[in-house]
Design a protein around this ligand. Structure first.
Ligand SMILES: NC(=O)c1ccc[n+]([C@@H]2O[C@H](COP(=O)([O-])OP(=O)(O)OC[C@H]3O[C@@H](n4cnc5c(N)ncnc54)[C@H](OP(=O)(O)O)[C@@H]3O)[C@@H](O)[C@H]2O)c1
Length: 290
């Protein structure tokens, strides 16, 4: 999918674009001529990174939107409203923001943080931008998932991981749930010119897990040092899924780096995907009351 159309540069929105893989996805889009929207947290950071990317790529079409915490439904709603107002047509939405939390945390809205950030937010933002995506068709939604979904199962009686919390297990679960939602959202958009796919970017030495203290952060740092790819290399499979013309009609798939893969058996359980979508949609809607 090219970065421009008859109406001018096409809009690509990237969450978590201030660092790591997301920054390189944003840079790659800008370099390919996309009007690129850096969504990032922290006062001034999104604007600063957008300016850096503009300098690096020579693009005049790098814009930014600041958020405080994308784990909050209220914040997702504010972001969606700002995006809809600025961009009535959104041909590309990359859900890259995500994280792992060594200790269980709940958001101020009462949801477990990994689930809120990695699962509910991509669903809710896609849902709130559905009209802009349809208007931007041919459009693509890319979910940044992970091979860590392998071996995970949906804990139906404990979606908020209140019992026996383990950071990496809950992370793997969240990335499984994201693939399940990818398959459901792809069905919802089928026939509209909007595709939805998930991708594992490879093991990348980034800031991933460094928000934690102690063992988890140290282990990820050491593994990253020993065998991690660069964020720029990790961005490539995402950019490919976002822009490669031959993938225009591929939807509902999981890619491990450049290749379509079946994903785990649990990720192909369509009864589970439907049940999960209903549960997540219900939690997303509840957010309006908080
Ligand atoms: N690294 C890997 O090996 C690997 C493998 C498979 C999948 N992934 C996935 O790839 C994606 C990018 O990860 P990364 O490796 O680039 O890690 P990273 O360097 O930690 O980047 C994560 C990005 O998400 C943003 N973010 C985190 N929590 C947020 C929140 N509450 N609100 C708004 N933004 C938030 C971060 O913002 P700040 O810049 O403010 O920190 C950062 O831009 C994640 O979804 C991750 O699960 C990574």
């Amino acid at each position: 999918m090219g970065g421009s159309s008859a109406e001018g540069p096409r809009v690509g929105v990237v969450t978590g674009a201030t660092s790591g893989i997301g920054r390189e996805v944003a840079r790659g889009l800008a370099a390919r001529g996309w009007r690129t929207v850096v969504v990032g947290r922290g006062p001034g950071r999104a604007a600063a990174v957008a300016a850096e990317i503009a300098r690096e790529t020579g693009s005049s079409g790098v814009e930014s939107i600041a958020v405080t915490d994308l784990a909050l439904r209220a914040e997702v709603r504010t972001l969606a409203a700002a995006l809809r107002e600025r961009y009535p047509r959104i041909p590309l939405l990359v859900h890259n923001a995500g994280g792992v939390f060594a200790r269980r945390q709940t958001t101020s809205e009462g949801l477990e943080r990994t689930f809120a950030l990695n699962v509910l937010t991509p669903f809710l933002l896609t849902d709130l931008l559905a009209d802009a995506l349809r208007a931007g068709a041919p459009a693509r939604v890319v979910m940044v998932s992970s091979a860590a979904h392998q071996g995970a199962h949906v804990p139906w009686d404990d979606l908020q991981s209140a019992h026996g919390y383990s950071g990496f297990r809950v992370y793997g679960r969240s990335k499984l749930e994201l693939i399940l939602l990818t398959r459901e959202l792809a069905d919802r958009f089928r026939g509209s010119g909007v595709t939805v796919n998930a991708v594992h970017p490879g093991f990348v030495a980034s800031g991933f897990a460094q928000n934690n203290r102690g063992g988890l952060a140290a282990a990820v740092r050491v593994f990253g040092f020993l065998g991690g790819r660069s964020p720029r290399s990790g961005a490539e499979p995402i950019l490919r899924l976002a822009t490669e013309p031959s993938l225009a009609s591929v939807t509902g798939e999981y890619f491990a780096r450049d290749r379509p893969r079946p994903g785990s058996e649990a990720s192909r359980d369509r009864a589970a995907s439907g049940r999960l979508l209903a549960a997540v949609a219900e939690l997303a809607a509840r957010g309006t009351a908080t």
